[in-house]
Design a protein around this ligand. Structure first.
Ligand SMILES: Nc1ncnc2c1ncn2[C@@H]1O[C@H](COP(=O)(O)OP(=O)(O)OP(=O)(O)O)[C@@H](O)[C@H]1O
Length: 318
């Protein structure tokens, strides 16, 4: 989708040297890297808020650098850090911005707005007539998200979408984003500097260094298990081992028989991650946990099994 894309600003700063990235349809692709490495510049070249100096951006096979930028932006949703809602317009008017530009009739816009507000967890009867200053930061962010989705865009771009909200609300919004993705699987490119967020939300993560040089492009599990080089390893840092627990599922084939297990072990769902299992063990002061499928206990996972499961991932052929 990004083909040898590059940007040199008029002051001769090369923000993006030459980036080629295959963004899979329906996936969340995360761009992560140190401050100033060119992440936002890449994102803004996709909807041409910034004109590329070289290369191409292909959306559904079409080179967007050849499309009228105004028309283009109606087909690409864009969510930014401080949302950029219009302060003097109601929530309803903000969400309906692109449909209005597209000339939808009033009834259709109203229906779509209600549907989206429901989707992002803001009851229309309570929130549609409010102005942005009458909302919390997290609620504003949801309105921004609803607005970006309003005209059913082909691609969604998100630039540090959750970084302006406090950590607790950030976690909640991230969870909601994941929940929403079950029903709306948009091709999404998300920029963040937060590795935890990248790992939680990304299907694939592109680690960039200066001038948007691609250091590694991999799934969260691959990235944490096998950093491609010293840059990536250093970027991920010391929490790599702990973070791997979050991306590794509980291995059903490693479970030990329930028979003979102590009666006071914590229980965890079979669909959980090693982090859930290990966290439950630590919280209960136990060296193992019972894994259940629904209400049915199916086996026991020990702390040693957790370690062995990580070693399995390392040994798996790639
Ligand atoms: N309009 C501009 N003119 C000249 N240089 C610019 C312009 N915008 C950005 N730059 C430079 O391009 C480089 C990349 O900037 P960009 O905002 O894309 O980085 P980023 O990775 O998104 O950074 P951050 O995480 O700090 O937001 C930086 O060196 C920046 O100073």
């Amino acid at each position: 989708m990004l083909d040898r894309l590059g940007k040199t600003y008029p002051n001769k700063t090369t923000a993006v040297d030459e980036l080629t990235l295959d963004v899979a349809g329906g996936d969340v692709t995360v761009l992560i890297g140190p401050s100033g490495c060119g992440k936002s510049t890449v994102l803004r070249m996709v909807n041409r808020l910034i004109e590329p100096t070289r290369g191409r951006v292909l959306v559904d096979g079409e080179d967007v650098t050849k499309v009228d930028p105004v028309r283009l932006r109606r087909t690409i949703g864009y969510v930014i850090q401080n949302v950029g809602l219009f302060p003097h317009q109601t929530v309803r008017a903000n969400v309906g911005t692109v449909p209005r530009m597209l000339g939808w009739d009033k009834a259709r816009i109203a229906g779509r707005t209600d549907e989206l507000l429901d989707l992002v967890g803001l009851e229309p009867g309570r929130y549609a007539a409010r102005y942005p200053h009458e909302l919390s930061g997290g609620q504003r962010q949801r309105v921004g998200f609803a607005r970006a989705l309003a005209a059913d865009p082909v691609v969604l771009l998100m630039d540090e979408p959750f970084s302006a909200v406090d950590p607790i609300n950030r976690g909640r919004l991230q969870d909601e984003f994941l929940r929403l993705r079950q029903s709306v699987r948009k091709t999404t490119i998300l920029v963040t500097h937060d590795l935890q967020e990248a790992i939680k939300l990304g299907d694939r993560i592109a680690v960039l260094s200066d001038h948007a040089r691609l250091e590694q492009y991999a799934t969260p599990a691959e990235l944490l298990a096998n950093p491609a080089n010293a840059f990536v390893e250093q970027f991920i840092g010391e929490d790599r081992g702990i973070m791997r627990l979050s991306v590794t599922p509980i291995p059903r084939d490693r479970l030990q028989p329930l028979h003979g297990a102590p009666g006071d072990l914590p229980t965890v769902p079979a669909g959980g991650t090693l982090r859930v299992a290990f966290g439950a063990m630590l919280a209960a002061g136990a060296a193992a946990a019972v894994v259940r499928d629904g209400d049915e206990p199916i086996g026991v996972l020990s702390a040693a099994d957790v370690q062995a499961a990580l070693a399995d991932v390392d040994a798996a052929p790639r």
